[in-house]
Design a binder for this molecule. Structure first.
Ligand code: ATP
Ligand code: MG
Length: 158
């Protein structure tokens, strides 16, 4: 299915913004332009839902979750950042493994199975994109993913 990504992404963010119970601020840095992507919207929704729920789960009281999107090397690059506890450098690659959770004690408290990011990685790869994380332990985490978009060069000459 061909979807305009900006609108699709904003709707998911809106849904979280309306239903969140925590005192966490949302900040959007999204372009004005439209970008068309060929995606399975249900699967992409699942990916983004998991990343946002993780960001909220680990956000401190009064923290900010930041949403950003730019075009990098011909693909959309989407970034979702939080100001949570972060992930130690030595564990950062493993958060995309099945059942991996950084710290058993804190994870038990938070609930979940440790499958969310493993599934997200499979789905992003199936869409021709990639997914990775950057984190400063104690200061926050950013999840990055990319999606190829359709080049629409017809409009300008009409
Ligand atoms: P599930 O998504 O299946 O409910 P989960 O959230 O624990 O469970 P993942 O989404 O795969 O599983 O995340 C794996 C682990 O990576 C988490 O348990 C957590 O330890 C760590 N993690 C993921 N996102 C963040 C984040 N934003 N800040 C800190 N740690 C994170
Ligand atoms: Mg999760």
């Amino acid at each position: 299915e061909i979807i305009e990504f900006n609108r699709f992404f904003n709707r998911i963010i809106d849904r979280f913004e309306m239903s969140k119970s925590q005192n966490v601020h949302f900040e959007r840095h999204l372009p004005e332009e439209q970008y068309f992507v060929e995606i399975d919207p249900d699967k992409l929704t699942q990916v983004i839902d998991n990343i946002i729920s993780n960001a909220l789960k680990y956000s401190p009281e009064g923290g900010t979750v930041r949403f950003a999107m730019t075009v990098e090397e011909g693909a959309l690059q989407i970034r979702i950042s939080d100001q949570g506890m972060g992930i130690p450098k030595e564990n950062i690659e493993r958060i995309f493994d099945r059942f991996y959770r950084v710290d058993r004690a804190r994870s038990r408290e938070m609930g979940g199975t440790g499958l969310g990011l493993a599934i997200s990685k499979e789905m992003i790869h199936a869409h021709g994109g990639s997914i990775w994380a950057k984190s400063a332990y104690g200061r926050g985490t950013t999840i990055f993913f990319t999606l190829p978009f359709e080049i629409d060069d017809g409009g300008e000459w009409e």
